[in-house]
Design a protein around this ligand. Structure first.
Ligand SMILES: [Zn+2]
Length: 430
């Protein structure tokens, strides 16, 4: 029997209202015991968690592993290694691969490759529309039977409201969420960055915040009318936060996520035509950043996603209008978010664990986000105090497209444990 003992740490498990010193014993991949001062009988792999936080493994509800089809940017082996380094024990991956994950064969390919080569759990998300073309529904039922945890056309909006209506009804029948990339394409058009003073100054075509808000509004109206859930991806605007807040107050089954860059950076990061800050939705203005932080603080924003979007250097070292959109997020999301949100006094530590583990697990019905006995033995051990400086050159991801090179963080991942197996450890621990 494989046994792993995580010893001496401060366990924070909000689902069980635990915040205190506990040892965690994992046997054959599942949490067996959670008690102060468990003894090692000599058969255990011991992870020393003294002076560290022990958290239920982090869960990312929104990432791009680029496999199949774009393995020059990332593949399942490198993507999950980067995720493990960032403290994630489970990641959900978006279907904009080549071929698109719009049928059971691609779902099965991802699951079997993840089983062979993955460092962490991988949960595929299927396409809403066949080929992400926005014309007809993909084989949602067959994909659900093969193991998808959600559907999304992420990267593209579902422009046709009737198709989204059908997707919401159909997915609800299978008990899986629809994740909407909210962008009204006639308003975003060929915009390059947030529409505002900075876009004007740079002479770049802008994407107005209403491009996101119009679609957020539509999804809320559809979910409310149909009485079914909808999940809004990567919320970046004050308008979307306000609409989601008021929809929740009247009982609409809407949930949402944001990403670290939407509460850490403004569109000023694009100054100097910095393509590492080009992302979709675009980095917004200071009032939007403040609204996203307020949404995190008051519970309007349910969870944090990385939107890990690796791109090859050749797709970023271009003039701004030609560069791809996306930020590589696995290896910075936890440390940056902890620094701003917990040390910055925006949310409590327990709430932070909900944002990065319990809430995304609940959205996708993964049965994770807690270290209750019987739960999967997925654990993230964290060191706080810092500061530590993040260096892009040390990234494990195949791509290095991050605007956060040189950022300092007050927390870092010390060890990542998946089903009792140590898949990542900081060097001085190994
Ligand atoms: Zn998206």
């Amino acid at each position: 029997m494989m046994r792993t003992l995580i010893r001496g740490g401060r366990l924070v498990d909000p689902a069980r209202r635990i915040d205190g010193q506990r040892d965690v014993l994992i046997e054959d991949g599942k949490v067996a015991r959670v008690e102060p001062n468990l003894d090692d009988d000599g058969s255990c792999t011991v992870v020393d968690a003294r002076n560290r936080l022990v958290l239920p493994g982090l869960v990312d509800p929104h990432s791009h592993l680029r496999d199949p089809g774009f393995e020059y940017r990332e593949d399942i082996a490198t993507g999950t290694a980067a995720a493990a380094c960032g403290g994630f024990t489970s990641v959900a991956c978006m279907p904009n691969t080549k071929p698109v994950c719009d049928n059971a064969a691609v779902v099965e390919y991802i699951l079997s490759k993840a089983k062979r080569e993955g460092s962490v759990n991988v949960f595929p998300i299927g396409a809403i529309s066949r080929g992400l073309a926005g014309q007809e529904l993909a084989e949602i039922g067959l994909m659900a039977a093969s193991g998808i945890v959600a559907v999304s056309d992420d990267g593209k909006p579902v422009a046709n409201p009737d198709l989204m209506r059908k997707a919401l009804q159909y997915a609800a029948g299978f008990g899986i969420p629809v994740i909407s990339h909210c962008e009204e394409p006639s308003l975003s058009a060929d915009g390059q960055m947030n529409e505002g003073f900075v876009s004007l100054r740079l002479g770049l075509r802008g994407i107005p915040s209403t491009a996101e808000d119009a679609m957020t509004s539509r999804e809320i109206l559809l979910a409310e009318y149909l009485g079914v859930p909808v999940h809004i991806a990567h919320v970046s605007t004050a308008g979307s936060v306000a609409m989601i807040r008021s929809a929740k107050a009247r009982g609409v089954k809407v949930t949402c996520e944001t990403c670290p860059h939407y509460f850490l950076l403004t569109d000023e990061a694009c100054l100097g035509f910095n393509t590492l800050a080009k992302v979709n939705p675009p980095l917004r203005g200071a009032a939007d950043v403040a609204a996203v932080l307020e949404g995190l603080a008051d519970g309007t924003v349910d969870m944090i996603a990385t939107d890990h979007a690796p791109h090859h250097a050749d797709e970023k070292d271009l003039e701004f209008a030609l560069a791809n959109s996306g930020i590589n997020g696995f290896e910075t999301a936890f440390g940056l978010s902890y620094t701003r949100l917990v040390d910055g006094g925006v949310v409590s530590l327990a709430r932070f664990v909900e944002l990065m583990s319990l809430a995304p697990s609940n959205l996708l019905k993964l049965g994770r986000g807690t270290l209750a006995p019987g739960a999967p033995g997925d654990v993230t051990v964290v060191e706080t105090g810092g500061p530590w400086t993040f260096h892009r050159a040390t990234m494990r991801s195949k791509s290095k497209n991050t605007p956060f090179d040189g950022a300092t963080m007050t927390a870092r991942v010390a060890a990542t444990v998946v089903a009792g197996r140590v898949v990542y450890q900081v060097e001085e621990m190994a």
